[in-house]
Every structure is written in C-alpha cells, then in structure tokens.
Design a protein. Structure first.
Lengths: 160, 289
C-alpha cells in the first residue's frame, strides 16, 4: 500500500502550529506585570528576532523609537531625538523581562513616564482612529503586536 | 538588588519628584526679534507669570526654537509670507458685506486704533458675560448681528486673514488675559485639559511643552507651545494657521479624537495657554515651520 501522507501531515502540522501560537500569545488585556513593571514570559510565546526588532524600532508607523531615543551604535539613523534616555547599553542595564515590561507599557516601571504604551488596547482618553481625528472604539489594536514587542526586546538586549 | 533593579528604583524615585528627570532645555540665546533692521523689536523672553507656580522658569517665544532661516523670515516685513494675508485682512476690513451693507471700518474706523490691544486680551468673556469668546467669536458676532452677514468658518481663509490683521494692531503689546472672576472656571477647565493625556499615545500638552521644550522629537524642536505669535504663517502647510487649528492637529497627533475648533473645550484651553504667555508680546504676523 502506498498512501501519500504528505498533505495530511501538512494539515496536522499547520493545526498544531496554529493552536500552539494561539495558546501561547498573551493579549494586551491579559498581560501580567510584576511588581517592578517587568513581564516574565514572552508575549508571543516565541523568541524575538533582533534584526526585525531594529526595523520595528525605526519604522515611523510602528515603534518610531528613535523619535525620542538616541542609539549611538547606529549613527546611520537620521534625526534621533533626545526626549528619553539613550538606549546604548540597555542590554547590560536591564533584563529581558524588564525590557519587555518597559516596551509593552513603561508606566508600570516609571509611573509618570511620557513613553507611549505599545502593548495596551484600552483605557485611553478620547481614543482616535490612528491619526484621522475620528473617534475609535476600544479595544484598539495595540501599537505593536506581541511578536514585534519580542523583536524589539531582543534588539535592545543586543545593545550591550 | 542588582544594578538594573537599583537603577529602576532610582528612576522611579526621580519620577515621583516634581522635577522631571529628563529636563527641558533652555534656549541658547534670548535675542529679541528685530524687525525691519531694528524698527520694531519684540522681546522673546519674559518672567513666568505667578499663576504658573514655578511650572516654567521663564517664558519664551516659539520663535527662539525655530531655525535661523525661519527666524529671518519674520525679521523683515517685506519677506514675511504672512504679510500677504494681513493685506487681505485689511481689504476685508474696508469691504462692505451683508444685508446692512456695512464694513468693519464703517463702525470701528481705523483698525490700528480701534483694534489696538484687542488680540492681547483674547480670549475674554462675551459682552453679556455668559460665555468665553475667542477673537473669532467677536468677529462673527459683529458679522451676524450688526452687518447681517454670514458667519465665517473658524479657520476659513477670510477669518484667518481678519484675525491676523487685527493681531497686527497689538504687535508688541504684552499678552494680558483676564483669568479671574467669570473667566476663572474657564481657566480651570483649560488647565485640566492642558494636563490631560489624550489618545492612544497618552500625551498631554505638558508632556512636550512643559517638560521637554528645547528637546527634539525626530527633527522637531519642541517649544513651550506659546500662542503669542498666533495666528501664524506655517511653512509646513504654506498658509495661515489659527490657534484652534493648531490645537486640533496637536491632539490628533496623539492618536486621539480632538475637540472641535471653536468648541468650549478649545476656547478654555486657549485661555489657559494664553495665560501661560502673559508678558510675552503679541507678534502679529509670525512665521513658524
């Protein structure tokens, strides 16, 4: 008997993968912050990709982190701001859990921080639909996805 | 306690204090705006008004935070791109409109004399004392009740030209708005709005313009958000921008639903922000990027 199992295996693999991802991803509302503002576990259930993280940080429609933060290690990036602290050495100063907490919602670590909360979907004052000036209904899509937060965290960890 | 935790504790403690950790940056120079080779000089620095309770060390014109090219455009009335719109406002002043066939000049006479100091005291309580009015409200009240003309849109071209021309009659006069008596509750409301963190980015006016003036967001040099230069000519959109139009754009950029131009909320905010600039001169036709 010669049955081709490849299509069946592909479906099973996809199901398993999909189920695993759905179960492991933590939505913004279910995110648990420790006492010090850190988040212990990966929000996506997967490790971050540092290079994707750097791109997420640079993209103005995503992290736009350089609008406020300087990174001396990447002088090719134009017009880095000086609102927040320079990020060089972030990977030596903070743990992954602490960086995850700061990127997701820095106000748990620094209560009065000006930094936007990148993984938060509700609790806003007059939330708008992006930059259209039109009202939006919560929950909003967070500014970054769970995986994008993990990617940014992994890039920050590489800044020793 | 490891080093990172220690730092977190220090940072948390610092944020709990009144002084922000990442302090604002003061301008490098506070030269006056010298216009037409010194014919007119507008101060760019004044003592912070007492009602700010030390929130700002001094108050500074937004002109100081712009680049040299933009600054120089305001230093010569012939090169100032806002002057075209001032001239349009002066034409409108003399032009009859509405069922009564009257112009502004028919009742008020010379704009320089009759409107002197008007812009410096705006916004202020309406004639019957029941509402806080911006300059735009006073213009439209005249148009609809005395001229029998249609109201102009808040940030329409004729309104912006007219408010610009009226502002020129106060050029050099210090901003001096009343914030007591019936205006007090409006001022309180404006202050509340100033410190409220709107939108998905959760930003208040104060986050940028009180805590971080002089610092950079990308290529933008943050000012104290003073409105003593308004209405301004903005190079950014190559046109005149009203106070409420600027408020609207700023709040929109926090990923929020802004208040409407002309709304009670923005008039209250206008009074509060004006009061933060008391002592700075009205600039008349100013240029920003």
């Amino acid at each position: 008997m010669n049955i081709n199992l490849a299509p069946v295996l592909a479906v099973l693999t996809a199901l398993a993968g999909g189920t695993a991802a759905a179960a492991a991803e933590t939505p913004p509302a279910a995110t648990v912050f420790e006492e010090d503002g850190s988040i212990a576990q990966s929000l996506s259930g997967a490790p971050g990709d540092p290079q994707a993280g750097r791109q997420t940080m640079e993209a103005r429609g995503l992290g736009n982190c350089y609008a406020c933060h300087l990174v001396e290690a990447t002088p090719d990036i134009q017009f880095m701001g000086d609102i927040g602290p320079a990020l060089d050495g972030a990977g030596s100063r903070w743990s992954a859990a602490q960086l995850r907490g700061i990127v997701a919602d820095a106000k748990h670590t620094f209560p009065d921080s000006m930094m936007p909360s990148f993984y938060k979907s509700a609790g806003f004052l007059r939330p708008g639909e992006g930059y259209t000036a039109k009202p939006a209904t919560e929950p909003l899509p967070p500014l970054l996805t769970a995986q994008q937060v993990e990617d940014v965290v992994s890039y920050l960890l590489s800044l020793k | 306690m490891n080093y990172a935790m220690g730092l977190a504790a220090v940072l948390s403690a610092a944020f709990g204090l009144a002084a922000p950790l990442y302090a604002a940056s003061e301008p490098e120079t506070v030269a006056p705006i010298s216009i037409n080779e010194g014919e007119i000089e507008l101060a760019t620095e004044a003592e912070a008004p007492a009602h700010l309770n030390g929130a700002l060390p001094k108050i500074w014109s937004g002109w100081l935070f712009r680049d040299a090219t933009t600054q120089s455009m305001q230093m010569d009335d012939f090169e100032n791109p806002a002057m075209v719109f001032v001239d349009q406002g002066l034409d409108l002043w003399d032009q009859p409109d509405g069922a009564e066939g009257k112009s502004c000049a028919d009742c008020h006479g010379s704009i320089d004399d009759s409107m002197k100091g008007v812009r410096a005291a705006m916004p202020k309580m309406s004639e019957d004392g029941t509402d806080l009015w911006s300059l735009e409200n006073f213009v439209n009240n005249c148009r609809t009740t005395r001229m029998g003309a249609e109201a102009w849109g808040w940030s329409s071209a004729p309104m912006e030209s007219m408010t610009l021309a009226i502002s020129m009659a106060s050029r050099g006069m210090p901003v001096d708005v009343a914030i007591d008596g019936p205006a007090q509750s409006w001022w309180d409301k404006g202050k509340e709005i100033y410190y409220s963190r709107y939108g998905q980015l959760q930003l208040s006016c104060a986050n940028c313009h009180e805590d971080h003036y002089g610092d950079w967001i990308r290529a933008d040099h943050l000012s104290q958000g003073q409105i003593s230069g308004f209405p301004v000519y903005r190079l950014n959109g190559a046109g005149v921008v009203s106070i409420h139009e600027r408020f609207f754009g700023c709040v929109r950029d926090t990923r929020a639903e802004p208040f409407a131009q002309g709304s009670p909320e923005f008039r209250a905010l206008e009074l509060y922000v004006s009061s933060r600039g008391m002592g700075l001169p009205v600039e008349g036709a100013s240029v920003r990027h």
